[in-house]
Design a protein. Structure first.
Length: 531
């Protein structure tokens, strides 16, 4: 390979030159200048080779010992930690996210923790929900899909949601599926470094060499062909709604699973008693949550609901001052900044009033001034879809409800979101109003939150990072939280009257580990099947 060749892709178990149709480079968000090497935009030929190799790897992984998968996930976590300094430096350069604490102390450890949680779930095996009905001789459990999983990573989490090593990647591998990763063009070198570590971890663990493959980019039309391909098991996509829906339509027509996360405005409702009790504290929390990471979180509070009154006006003024006093951060890319301009313009055309910001600039490179908008609830109710438009970045919109009826009506007009938060007085005096608000929000969000901002997402088994459409495409699943996240990439395998020695060990009469939870004749137990 010459020094001018684009970087190789990882397909069919080896690094090789791409059959490219174009090339691209990463853009430094602060200087807006190209950085790093050139990367290929893969042709259909690359994708076809990857799909065929992934299909063959899926067949091999169907008989791979769970311990080998767990060992791979742990080996990758260890290798990422060993290369921490270089990964953090590269990701910071490509995304303008702060190396410390954001990348080094928060996101990278979360990534390795997810990988190790996935390894533990593989070893435990209870996520498969083995179910045995002795009277009918029917037994079932969850297993792999039988084809590779395509993972499209977002731009805002170069580690924790990376298409190589991130949450979707870990869940798909832990469920027994190979992965074909599509790098985000915002951080290709970071993804290449992670793919290199994943490839070495494969060699250490004994998984099929094509269990992890990676391309950097593909043409738009080829992407629709790719997600609909017969050899593909499923797609996990995190990114813009327009692109997600185009890919989803192609996948749906082919009957292919497509899990999308396309953004959310994460409504925060602040009731009068909370403002009377601790308005200053809540204002600080809201400003910090809205501007954390320059607002580039899928759980950023994009809509804030308050009831009209003097305390609400004072609260809004405090938040505006907080936005004006805070430094303007650098956005992930010029494209993010341009989309933010269009989104805020769209909100204003729909009737939102600018309180501060609302203009490009104010920071280094790709930037947009910290922005607060407001709209009365009666106007919101006339154009809820337009006024619920996500403005991905350092912006939030206050919806001021004239009375309790309008507040509940405005919440009822919301689309599906990842989260919904409600702040109330610390005693029980607002419980009646809370119950009315929460009963509406509960149907609109995946995660209902009390008295805290939505930005933090705990990586635990009970977490739901999902929600009703259009925040995601399947409200019954989560992208964060292991083992539940594995179920997106699993098929229910049923065995009817299959001879005992031919059953998977998890469904045989003897509990293979003595610790595996199985449902036997309606009862969850770790015991053997009674003789």
């Amino acid at each position: 390979m010459s020094s001018v060749d684009p970087r190789p892709v990882l397909i069919a178990g080896a690094w090789s030159l791409s059959d490219k149709v174009d090339t691209f480079r990463a853009i430094h968000p602060r200087t807006l200048q190209p950085i790093g090497p050139r990367y290929p935009v893969s042709s259909r030929k690359d994708l076809q080779i990857a799909l065929q190799a992934g299909s063959e790897a899926a067949m091999a992984m169907a008989v791979t010992a769970p311990e080998d998968v767990a060992r791979f996930l742990e080996a990758l976590a260890h290798r990422i930690e060993a290369r921490r300094a270089g990964l953090v430096q590269t990701a910071a350069q490509e995304t303008a996210l702060p190396p410390s604490p954001r990348l080094a102390e928060v996101e990278l450890p979360r990534t390795t923790r997810q990988l190790r949680q996935a390894a533990a779930a593989v070893r435990d095996g209870s996520w498969r929900a083995p179910t045995i009905d002795t009277s009918t001789h029917v037994r079932s459990m969850y297993g792999p899909l039988g084809g590779p999983v395509a993972v499209f990573g977002p731009n805002n989490f170069p580690f924790a949601f990376n298409s190589v090593g991130g949450g979707d990647f870990a869940a798909a591998l832990a469920a027994g599926n190979p992965v074909i990763a599509k790098a985000n063009p915002g951080h290709p070198q970071t993804t290449e470094m992670l793919a290199a570590e994943a490839h070495e971890a494969l060699l250490e663990s004994g998984l099929p060499p094509a269990a992890v493959q990676m391309v950097y980019q593909m043409p738009y039309e080829e992407g629709k062909w790719f997600v609909a391909h017969p050899l593909l098991g499923a797609t996990a996509y995190t990114g813009s709604r327009a692109s997600a829906l185009a890919l989803k339509r192609a996948a749906d027509l082919a009957g292919k699973l497509f899990y999308m996360e396309t953004g959310s405005v994460n409504p925060v409702v602040i009731l009068p008693g909370a403002l009377e009790e601790r308005a200053d504290e809540i204002a600080r929390e809201l400003v910090a949550s809205c501007l954390m990471g320059t607002g580039q979180f899928c759980t950023q509070p994009g809509l804030v609901f308050v009831l009209a009154g003097e305390r609400s006006e004072a609260f809004i003024a405090d938040v505006v001052r907080g936005f004006e006093e805070a430094p303007v951060g650098t956005l992930l890319s010029k494209g993010v900044a341009e989309n933010l301009v269009r989104s805020v313009e769209g909100l204003r055309k729909a009737g939102a009033e600018r309180l501060t910001g609302g203009r490009p600039g104010g920071g280094e490179g790709a930037s947009y001034r910290n922005t607060v908008l407001r709209v009365p609830a009666r106007r919101f109710l006339k154009r809820p879809v337009d006024l619920e438009r996500e403005a991905f970045g350092n912006e939030t919109l206050f919806v001021v409800a004239e009375d309790r009826t309008n507040l509940v009506a405005a919440l009822g007009a919301l689309e599906g979101n990842l989260t919904g938060s409600v702040y109330t007085r610390r005693d029980v005096s607002e419980d009646d109003l809370y119950d009315e608000v929460a009963s509406v929000l509960r149907r609109k969000v995946g995660r209902l939150i009390n008295d805290q901002m939505p930005t933090g997402v705990a990586v635990c088994a009970a977490m739901n990072h999902g929600g009703p459409y259009p925040a995601t495409s399947h409200p019954g699943f989560t992208a964060v939280g292991i083992p539940p996240a594995l179920l997106r990439f699993a098929a229910l395998h049923c065995y009817d009257n299959v001879r005992p020695h031919r059953l998977p060990v998890e469904l045989q009469d003897r509990n293979p580990t003595g610790r595996l939870w199985r449902r036997i004749d309606g009862e969850w137990t770790t015991a053997d099947v009674p003789s």
